[in-house]
Design a protein around this ligand. Structure first.
Ligand code: ATP
Ligand code: MN
Ligand code: MN
Length: 305
């Protein structure tokens, strides 16, 4: 019974399918600075499931797990293993070393079982389990160097959007919940990873070539201060980006929040939405800030950027 579980220091969260997922040690502190506990994290993901699942269901995932909370050791996990829960599935994917089982979920129950295993951040592939060799999402990850202002980051995101528009691609924006923003391009899964990667690299390099005082397209130059690294390397096979509405395992506890482009102007930082603010935003939302993303039918342009 619930009373017995309380006595054992457990709480339960009703999942839509398959009954409840037991969250052990809900009292355990996960974000010390914000005084948020494992139970708060479980409540958050339960309440946000309807927004998060369309972003991650049926996609290979990297999980950032933090068994001792934020500020202590966290680790990325992409492989399936025992003890993850009955709604956490395995998909065999070909790697250099052979086939390896990757993690994916389909539903709220799976999401909460990941939370039970102390997952804080969810990082999907830009491709689905059903068609892992053909990306259906590209991510341009804008990483501001030292001394780059938030206004410059926002201008950079709009610059990426406008340039994408010029080659016929509509894009969507999200705060990373950390320092930068992600510009996301939905694609019909037609091109392979090599083609997607080549497009993204050429796109980033074109930006860096035209405005070298603002942008760099190589990791080595990214360390140079004052410029934004257009990180196109998220768009390689096996790479991931944090999903919209994921919590971030950082001191500021920002959430990776998707925005309408018009909203970007009013936002003051990439980590402007800690858990409570993200929940409030989700509650207020009338529709998906990325309205129409699932219906867009676009493909990579020819490579003469
Ligand atoms: P920020 O705005 O602070 O840059 P971010 O989420 O974009 O936040 P990055 O460091 O730019 O963080 O990383 C981009 C993405 O690369 C991450 O969201 C994550 O999916 C992936 N990533 C980064 N480091 C690792 C890692 N060690 N293992 C697996 N994936 C990683
Ligand atoms: Mn980034
Ligand atoms: Mn990056």
């Amino acid at each position: 019974s619930d009373k017995q579980k309380e006595d054992l220091g457990m709480s339960t969260a009703d999942a839509e399918a398959g009954g409840e997922v037991q969250i052990t040690h809900p009292e355990r502190v996960v974000f010390p600075k914000q005084k948020l506990r494992k139970g708060d994290v479980a409540d958050y993901y339960q309440r946000m499931a309807r927004w998060i699942l369309p972003e991650i269901a049926g996609r290979p995932l990297s999980l950032l797990r933090c068994p001792d909370g934020v500020g202590k050791a966290c680790f990325f996990q992409k492989h399936h293993g025992p003890g993850l829960g009955d709604a956490v599935h395995a998909v065999p994917l070909q790697q250099k070393s052979g086939r390896e089982d990757y993690v994916y979920i389909d539903d709220t129950r799976g999401l909460l079982q990941l939370v039970q295993m102390n997952t804080l951040e969810l990082h999907p592939w830009g491709a689905t389990v059903a068609d892992p060799e053909h990306p259906d999402r590209l991510v341009f990850d804008l990483d501001p160097g030292e001394g780059v202002s938030w206004a410059q980051v926002k201008a950079g995101a709009r610059d990426v959007r406008d340039r994408l528009q010029q080659v016929g691609l509509k894009s969507f924006v999200r705060l990373s919940g950390g320092k930068g923003v992600h510009v996301v391009v939905p694609l019909q899964p037609k091109a392979g990873w090599d083609e997607a990667k080549a497009f993204c690299e050429a796109f980033a390099q074109a930006m860096a070539l035209e405005q070298p005082d603002r942008y760099v397209a190589t990791m080595s130059k990214a360390k140079r201060g004052g410029v934004i690294f257009i990180d196109w390397l998220r768009n390689t096979r096996g790479a991931t980006s944090v999903c919209s509405w994921s919590l971030r395992a950082r001191d500021s506890a920002g959430v990776a929040v998707p925005l309408r482009w018009e909203e970007l102007a009013r936002v003051s930082a990439a980590d402007a939405f800690p858990m409570a603010k993200a929940l409030a935003r989700a509650k207020r939302l009338k529709g998906d800030p990325w309205q129409g993303i699932a219906r867009l039918k676009q493909t990579l342009p020819r490579m003469d950027l």
